[in-house]
Design a binder for this molecule. Sequence first.
Ligand SMILES: O=C(O)CCC(=O)C(=O)O
Length: 212
Amino acid sequence: MQNDLFSSIAPEMEKIADGVHYFRNYVDGDLFFEQIMEVARIIPFRHMVTPGGKRINVAGTSMGDAGWYSDRRGYRYEKSDPLSGKDWPPIPKNINHIISEAAAKAGYENFNADSCFINRYQPGVQLTQHQDQDEQDFSQPIVSVSLGVSAIFQLYGDIRGGTAYNIPLHHCDLLIFGGPARKYFHSVKKLKTDNHPLTGDKRYNLTFRKAF
Ligand SMILES: O=C(O)CCC(=O)C(=O)O
């Protein structure tokens, strides 16, 4: 009986592939969502453009010592917001602690994010296939936290295209990819129209990275 009981309890962390670890319902959603609202109050979400001039449909803002940025000048990290001139709000220590602790559980000791890009998805919005390659040290993982409406995260391999491994990401889930998966191409499928009590029809994703 006891074995049945224990096997029905989901493990805290699931290894999906080499370098890819999934933590279901791991973070305190209210804590992370309040922080997103605070960041957005200081540096509002905006739609950036690609270096080719294409509007990015996922809206973004950042916190940390550096914020990921894209415009006609290219993809890069900026120490302050090029639009307002303001510094990005800092990543609160308690949030960074949660992120570092999860990374350590997945085998990434001493991960200390200096940048967090916050994505906001409206219904119908998708994130096209890309690699995260604007950071300096690829031995550091990417730690991603999802809030609100669920979405399908798609993980490919080192080469663009091919068949994706689909990972459904729900409110409060945390996903880490690093090591051999650090530069895997990935995308997010079109967000379905749905409603979440905390975020309404939106999905938010926080991507913690070591930029410098
Ligand atoms: O929204 C997500 O789950 C992924 C975000 C992402 O891939 C990125 O910001 O590079």
